[in-house]
Design a protein around this ligand. Structure first.
Ligand code: NDP
Length: 347
């Protein structure tokens, strides 16, 4: 059987912006005969995420994620439907997921690499398993729970950078659910800012591409910033951190503004910012969602409940077709998405 897949054509270089030319669409033959424990799946949705940028480098800079290999099929979080199975746990029609789903229209996968999903958790809206009721939601929820030190009733102000993205839109809302009294978002367009305040419950939102971010932030956070959910790093974070209160907390979720640069993760702080952290006793601990696997199941139940009750508002940017995978990734890295960027492969 002929299937389509995306392979890595060439690397952008550690200091380069990813481009669609780094990827190649191919047609290939898929063996249709299943061996014991194998499952044949049709791909439904694939997630494109900022961390994939480091997989485009020969050396990812981490020991827990491997680099993508030139001319080999790429992979990331994905969802599919089982068409045939020789694994006891799976039968045709089951919805399954993996964090290493091949960027391919149909795949022959080892059953033990898959997790079965319960569509009722997302009211049948399966792509939410890659977003609000998947690793993105877990990142926002567990990041705040573990590193935010939110105290209900303590009148805390939370700032979220990358606020109109997948994690950011959820982090702002969950920060409020867990007890922050004021939520301020920072993102890259006026359209995103108005969405955050009109639909996502943010008290204020600022466009970092306009002048005067520091002054505007001070106006929005008159008592300073108590909790900072940091998705971006760089100059935006220098500004936010300069307005943080004593003994406040940073959730070091990601540093996307530095991902196209040849720097380690987390990137070194500006000396003035490092001095502020020390003087004010600001905690800035790295958060990694995969380190909290023991909490995932219960947190997914909570995220599902918030989603299904309508309390948690969810945005997605969906493009269709495996031929648009590269474009979706490149666009997301530059801010083309609102909420979770998803690629619908079929279904
Ligand atoms: P998003 O949906 O937020 O998409 C990325 C967004 O980053 C873009 O939409 C863009 O929005 C913004 N951006 C891009 N370049 C810059 C820049 N130079 N300065 C400021 N903003 C920029 O992605 P995710 O929600 O999936 O990921 C958000 C962050 O969370 C990333 O840093 C990611 O690595 C991290 N992450 C961490 C995890 C963990 O376990 N710690 C797990 C999952 C994600 P805009 O228009 O606002 O510029």
């Amino acid at each position: 059987m002929k299937v389509k897949r995306i392979v890595l054509a060439c690397r952008p270089g550690k200091d380069g912006e990813p481009k669609t030319e780094n990827f190649r669409l191919e047609e290939t033959d898929l063996i249709e005969e299943l061996m014991d424990d194998q499952v044949m799946t049709q791909t439904l949705y694939i997630s494109v995420d900022p961390y994939l940028r480091c997989r485009m480098n020969e050396d990812t800079g981490t020991d827990y994620i491997g680099p993508w290999i030139i001319s080999e099929v790429l992979d990331s979080g994905g969802i599919g439907v089982v068409e045939q199975s020789r694994h006891d746990h799976f039968k045709p029609g089951d919805i399954v997921t993996s964090i290493n789903w091949p960027w391919q229209t149909k795949c022959l996968l080892q059953g033990n690499s898959l997790t079965k999903l319960d569509p009722s958790l997302v009211d049948g809206h399966l792509s939410h398993f890659l977003g609000a009721v998947g690793l993105t939601g877990l990142t926002a929820f567990l990041g705040i729970k573990e590193k935010g030190h939110v105290i209900p009733g303590a009148n805390q102000t939370m700032v979220v950078s990358g606020a109109a993205g997948a994690c950011g839109t959820l982090a702002g809302q969950i920060g409020r659910f867990l007890g922050c009294s004021r939520i301020v978002g920072i993102c890259g367009t006026d359209e995103k800012c108005s969405l955050l305040t009109s639909e996502m419950g943010f008290d204020a939102a600022l466009n970092y591409k306009e002048n005067g971010l520091a002054d505007k932030l001070r106006e929005c956070c008159p008592d300073g910033v108590d909790v900072y959910f940091d998705n971006v790093g760089g100059e935006i974070s220098n500004i936010v951190i300069s307005q943080m209160t004593n003994s406040s907390h940073i959730i070091l979720c990601g540093q996307i503004s530095q991902y196209n640069k040849d720097v380690p993760y987390p990137p070194p702080l500006h000396p003035q910012t490092a001095a502020i952290l020390k003087e004010r006793n600001i905690a800035r601990e790295r958060f990694m969602v995969l380190n909290y696997a023991d909490q995932h199941e219960i947190a997914i139940q909570q995220l599902s409940q918030w989603l299904k009750s309508g309390r948690l508002k969810v945005k997605e940017t969906v493009v269709s077709g495996i031929e648009n995978m590269a474009g979706a990734f490149v666009s997301m890295m530059k801010g083309g998405n609102i909420g979770k960027q998803i690629v619908q492969i079929s279904g």
